[in-house]
Design a binder for this molecule. Structure first.
Ligand SMILES: Cc1ncc(COP(=O)(O)O)c(C=O)c1O
Length: 340
């Protein structure tokens, strides 16, 4: 079957298809077949879900003749780090804007992990003092882009807010198509997919990709930034604009959008005890690294389902690992009690 996104300009930044693996120890522990889609292995300076999204953003940027990328994110943003790596790989200039989104004073949060790598790759960094002002953050990028354009550069803004064409979601339409083909080859029919839902590019693209393959498997989004009601609206808006951009006839009702905010507290970028326990559970049973903001919370939700007996014996479930473990270095307290 031809991909829904085949007609969009794109580049190929990552190592895909990513592996689909069975978590043998965790599956044995709960009597459910727990699969992991290793999108933490997309490559590109430690990879993650943003690599697939950038294939289409940067495809569009090059299509428009851009020579400079601008984007914005939290201090420990994986998206910012991956955008800088993509720019370096393709020989583009890059400027990033780091927002004050998470109240953490620890020097490691500001200097280690993602911001360390952004500095290592030599991007110009601007700062934005607010963390909950997507429109303002995007506007600041546009102002800087206009300055660069006046200097003769050709900037392309990768925005944050939901008011733009969601090129990033196209990457997860393709990611879901890839996963559905892998599952078909293994003759595995999961009961549920578990994915994080933040900007909603991953969730909306993934849901569309799964439905476009003719599957009605539930896609369980785990909220990392907003409560369930706001996130359903956000996913719905993005889903509809990606459907419009593709021009396909598929319709997905809001009742099909699952946003579970059980792991959101205490807030974005702030791990709860359950998040930390989930990160340690995966690290100590499978040797796989999750992160405190996205994949740790998503896996915490899955652990809760496994413990509550949500799955019948021998059912299958797939956890989408979107990466982000680089930011562990910004949270040294996670292993504080183990330090000697
Ligand atoms: C590691 C990781 N997982 C998940 C997400 C959430 O993905 P999305 O923004 O597409 O909802 C992000 C986004 O920043 C991320 O960096």
């Amino acid at each position: 079957m031809a991909s829904l996104v085949k007609d969009f300009p794109r580049v190929h930044l990552g190592h895909t298809p990513t592996p689909l693996e069975l978590l043998k120890n965790i599956s044995a522990e709960f009597g459910t077949n727990v699969w992991i889609k290793r999108d933490d292995c997309t490559g590109l300076a430690f990879g993650g879900n943003k690599t697939r999204q950038l294939d289409f953003y940067i495809g569009q940027a090059l299509h428009e003749g851009a020579d400079t990328l601008l984007t914005t994110g939290a201090v420990q943003s994986n998206h910012v780090r991956t955008t800088v790596a993509a720019a370096r790989k393709l020989g583009l200039e890059v400027e990033v804007q780091l927002e004050h989104r998470v109240d953490r004073d620890q020097p490691e949060y500001h200097n280690s992990g993602n911001p360390y790598l952004v500095r290592l790759m030599g991007a110009r960094i601007n700062y934005y003092p607010v963390g909950e002002d997507e429109d303002g953050a995007d506007k600041a990028l546009e102002v800087r882009a206009a300055e660069l354009a006046a200097q003769g550069r050709k900037p392309f803004v990768i925005p944050l807010s939901n008011a733009h064409t969601p090129y990033g979601a196209l990457g997860y339409v393709e990611g879901a198509e890839e996963l559905m083909a892998q599952l078909q080859a293994l003759q595995v029919q999961p009961a549920r997919f578990i994915v994080p839902t933040g900007s909603a590019s991953t969730h909306s693209g993934f849901l569309l990709g799964v439905r476009s393959c003719g599957s009605d498997i539930p896609v369980h989004g785990v909220c990392v930034r907003r409560d369930s009601a706001s996130q359903v609206q956000r996913v719905s808006k993005k889903l509809n604009s990606v459907i419009d951009a593709i021009g396909c006839a598929i319709r997905i009702p809001d009742s099909d959008i699952i946003c579970d905010d059980s792991q959101l507290a205490p807030g974005y970028g702030q791990p709860s005890d359950a998040t930390v326990a989930a990160i340690k559970h995966m690290a100590r049973n499978e040797g796989i690294l999750l992160d405190p903001t996205y994949s740790g919370k998503t896996f915490a939700a899955l652990l809760e389902m496994l413990r509550s007996g949500d799955f019948a014996a021998d059912q299958h479930v797939v956890f989408l690992h979107t990466g982000g473990a680089v930011s562990l270095f910004g949270y040294p307290e996670l292993v504080a009690e183990e330090a000697h």
